[in-house]
Design a protein around this ligand. Structure first.
Ligand code: NAD
Length: 283
């Protein structure tokens, strides 16, 4: 074991681990000595990931809206590697900043159902399935929240409300699962990924990649002056996963957002000007 293997011998499951922030977490957990199970809907990317890490990774293709998919990744991971210590709930979609008044009334229920089913129900189903195993292992859950868990403007009302709901899940589950399981979240700010929009109806379709120059404009609203790469958040997930490094942390939401909380005292003139056109700092 190398001195830097902070998760040596641990087993983790990551949803949405085929790309973006989830993939960066998978890569870092593997580098820190963990074995990892990944649940994602992107079959091709999962195959590439499995080929790159044949020994310490298992992948399961499925939809986080399906409880059986979470059961399948738990079974595959524990059969291969033993007891599961950490569950990272991360798979998510965005509403592409669709404002309430731009959502046709007849499409609002469907858009709500799709976004909340992935971003909130998906986390709940995963937590429900993993809870018993994590209690037995005295492990931890880590949810990917967002700067939209705290601020307006990083999405439309569907995304911002869903990410606020994630904070409620963290608090309630930290309460219900104590003292056996620690439950925390990382709240990334704007991060350069291909985060997808909705796909079931006409509302909020596309991805962050469809908006050229978006990340440059968002960077203007961030006190540190740049948009994160997915790997910039990864060591915080390691911190929360480690019972040695964060034994007394539960119910917390750690921001990793370039300092949005101090925006008014920093680069606020530019931030206010840009936020007026594109919202407040990423997804
Ligand atoms: N990119 C940002 O600026 C940003 C900021 C804050 C929070 N987040 C959050 O980070 C998380 C990861 O997003 P990302 O930016 O890395 O985007 P991403 O699209 O690269 O990653 C999301 C992953 O989730 C998977 N996924 C989506 N819906 C799924 C479903 N129904 N079933 C199974 N897998 C599904 C996708 O295939 C993808 O691999 C999300 O929860 C997102 O809300 C992103």
């Amino acid at each position: 074991m190398s001195a830097s293997e902070r998760l040596h011998g641990q087993v983790a499951i990551v949803s949405g681990g085929a790309s973006g922030i989830g993939l960066a977490v998978v890569d870092r957990f593997l580098a820190e000595g963990a074995c990892v199970g990944v649940l994602d809907r992107q079959g091709g990317a999962l195959g590439d990931l499995q080929a790159a890490w044949p020994e310490r990774l298992v992948v399961v293709g499925g939809d986080v809206r399906d409880g059986a998919a979470h059961e399948a990744v738990l079974e595959a991971t524990s059969q291969r590697f033993g007891a599961v210590d950490t569950y990272v709930a991360n798979a998510g979609i965005h509403d592409m900043w669709t404002r309430l008044e731009d959502i046709p009334l007849d499409q609002l229920p469907g858009a709500f159902e799709e976004l909340f089913a992935v971003d909130v129900l998906g986390y709940l189903l995963g937590a429900r399935v993993m809870a018993g195993a994590l209690r037995a292992a005295h492990g931890s859950m880590i949810f990917t929240a967002s700067s939209s868990s705290r601020y307006a403007g990083g999405g439309g009302p569907l995304y911002v409300a869903a990410k606020h709901a994630v904070v409620g899940l963290v608090r309630q589950l930290a309460h219900e699962l104590a003292p056996d399981v620690r439950v925390n979240a990382i709240a990334p700010g704007a991060t350069s990924t291909g985060l997808s929009g909705l796909s079931d109806g006409e509302v909020g379709r596309g991805s962050l990649l469809d908006r050229p120059g978006l990340m440059d404009r968002v960077a203007e609203t961030v006190p540190l002056g740049f948009v994160a790469e997915p790997g910039d958040h990864a060591s915080l997930y390691v911190l929360l996963a480690s019972a040695d490094e964060a034994p007394f942390m539960t119910g917390t939401v750690l921001p990793s957002d370039g300092g949005l909380d101090v925006r008014r005292s920093g680069r606020h003139h530019r931030a206010q000007r840009v936020a007026g056109t594109i919202g407040a700092g990423g997804a």
